[in-house]
Design a protein around this ligand. Sequence first.
Ligand code: DAH
Length: 377
Amino acid sequence: MPTSEIGLDKTLAALGITQAPRVTAHFAEVRAHFEKQFRAVHDELEWKIFRDRWLGRKSGVLTKITDNWLKPATPELKRVVGACLNELRAYVETEIEARRAAIEAGTEESAVARERVDLSLPGVIRPVGSHHLIRQVLQEIEDIFFSIGFSVVEGPEIETPYYNFEALNIPEFHPVRDDMDTFYLDLPKGAPTPLLLRTHTSPMQIRTMEKQKPPVRVIVPGKVYRRDNPDATHSFAFHQIEGLAVDTDITFCDFTGTIEYFVRQFFGPGVKTRFRPSYFPFTEPSVEFDVSCPFCGGTGTATGGGPCSKCKGAAWIELFGAGMVDPTVYGFVNYDAKKVSGFAFGIGIDRLAMLKYGIDDIQVFFQNDVRFLRQFP
Ligand code: DAH
């Protein structure tokens, strides 16, 4: 029923209401009308429209009743109209205010309900990752060298030919560069020096000695790059850890003792080591270190008979290159070759990881297949 049906725009006289009981009855109708409309008010917006319709100052229902029914009422009816109006106003105001509170509480309640954490729901599983095997092995190696006084330095993966070759006693056109030739960067014409991805961590020998006077005891872990075709033992990117110790009194015995200590710590006390003569331009003498095969216990024979598949029956496995620092190298870093001596080594981390953990394909380190990674949590 629209509000107009209550006759708000007419006077009571015009509505034919001239006696007190009719007035009371008519007000009861207004109230019933209010209640019916009010039932449909559920949210804040509806509530505001409703409030304005009933309590609005200019044209709200109560204002109209005051203007059209009370003010023009005959003196006999004025009192009863006034009383009814007051009662109606009190009722309407209380109801409207109560509903406001209820709506507010309801909205709050539903917001709380929406945000409530349901503890019975299954949790979100956030799997914890783990270090890659290469990183784990690197840390094992680092810990061993830390324990005998070495510290870690790191260097750039993009190098100049000077650090990667020349200062390591590998001049241009030296045949050893053929093995190592690598990825050169495309540089704009007129660049001051060519740049390349380092082929080994050895350039850091030079950078370290340029920066500090002896004694030097550092290891240098990092990625290195070569133009190798990928197969089970080659990758165009792999990891090395360089070692360098230089002081005034370092002997070949210190050198072999240090390497043997490292190899035993890494593979276990049962392994034997040996070195064979080798050649590197930056060491003299140079050696290749071997370890007795950790798989067949250095016998060359597999458990079930026949040659061990890992060392191919040789009983020894080649580990890494090393040597006493060639005096020529000291010339590049202003060390007095007559006063200092030292040793260096270059360990392939991937190779050591493969040997220790029985992995027969280097490519698995770079494929990041979780079925592989999960075996080394
Ligand atoms: N830089 C050599 C390579 O990548 C490894 C190496 C051999 C490093 C002997 C050394 C060393 O420090 O003394 O093949």
